[in-house]
Unconditional design. Sequence first.
Length: 151
Amino acid sequence: MIQIGEKAPAILGVDQNGQEIKLEQYKGKKIVLYFYPKDSTPGCTAQACNLRDNYQDLRKEGYEVLGVSIDDEKSHLRFIEKNELPFTLIADTNKELVQKFGVYGEKKTFGRTYMGVFRTTFIINEDGVVERIISPKEVKTKTHSEQILND
């Protein structure tokens, strides 16, 4: 798992349009790199919409928002269109990024065990170094922007 003080990977993945997303594209900006389990589920939609509703405040503070799940590009496009999301979503279908960041593993829900993404947010500074991690137990989907802005 990538820890505070470590540099984020140079290549982050492919966005909803099939374009490669590289860390260097965001040089000089802070990045909110948030990992979420699945497009169009209640918690993930609440989190994305909270970030959407506070997007201008995040931008004013120098943040760029990038969401990551293991859903494919088509799923991301539908999620973006349905919820009018103004930010990029990375389609980590090969699970490369979620594994590098250590946010993919065994989960349990209602007695069922399965593999999935742990809802986690990494705040990356202007130099590409992780400066804060909001863990799965800490993320509040309905007020996530406030968590980021009011640190």
